[in-house]
Design a protein around this ligand. Sequence first.
Ligand SMILES: [Zn+2]
Length: 359
Amino acid sequence: MRDYDTETEFVRMNYIVLDMEWNQPYAPVCVERAPFPLIGEIIQIGAVMLSDDGGRLEIIDEFKETISPTYYTKLHKGVKKVTGLSQSDISNGRPFPEAIFDFRIWCGSPCVLLTWGRDDIPMLLDNLFVHNIDAKWITDCYDLQPIYNAQTDGQKQQRALSLAMEHFEIALDEDRPAHDALNDAYYTAQVCMKLDLDRGIAEYGSEGKFDLGGYFTHISSSLYSGFESRQAALCDRKISVVTCPVCGKTMPYPLWVKQSGSKKIAMCHCEDHGDYMVRVQFFKGAGGVLKACKTLYKATDEVKAYYNDKYELFISRDPSLARGEEDGDKPRRRRRRHRGGRRKKAAEAETPVVETVSE
Ligand SMILES: [Zn+2]
């Protein structure tokens, strides 16, 4: 399938534009808990290979596999509707380990993955992890949205692929309906070809880099929105309640310290299963909606040392915020007060201390 130019094979740089579809569990109770909560299971991989010939991008190959899920075998009706996939499509798909093996071979090396948005890479890592498949071959990944934003109107928000297509006057092909993994990868590649990719990658900020170094410790990621402020988000149960990925028990309330930029980290402990680090990163979505990405990491010695440095810096600015030895490891739960309506002030007083460092 792949068109090799034997004379230039070794001087050309190839990019892989990747898009995936994944199935969802039917209810939170179904979320696979071992070895960690799996929030989605990949059911389709689509990819387009772009060859960079001195800055000119060209589509040279395509890859598509439908995958039969191992954990969430029943196709979610919402996923069915969006993707047009049927239960028999996925039931007759290939097992993930086989499909991903072929994908890896197809990608070749070095493998630079390009995605539209930040969802596909963590999902790929989660799925590799749950199948116990090595992920070290994933070394370079770029979200094309910040590159598109920087090279068009300079805005910061997340953009739908359809909007970028409209911007570049890329028409939807009759034979290539959207929300199919390969077709979406194809349209993403079309957008990519309108961008100065070399410059985009050269200017790509470290803030936007996918945290691949933490792969072996990365357990799960989820995205939340609908918060009034960062402060409100940190106090919201969706963010503040951290459960052990093994037993599901709620771990003590996180004490957030600044990692860098808008990122906050906290250390959590399960009496039976050890330490975990939770990280929250804020960003603005479409229409300026505040979003928070919450990621859980296994706290290896390296992760703990990293956290301790950030913690020392944090308390050096305000020692009164230091976590007490005697009460620090116990859960601090907000009590609900219903008497006499909502006691906002009291509730606020009971919320955990959060960092308010201004720089
Ligand atoms: Zn536990």
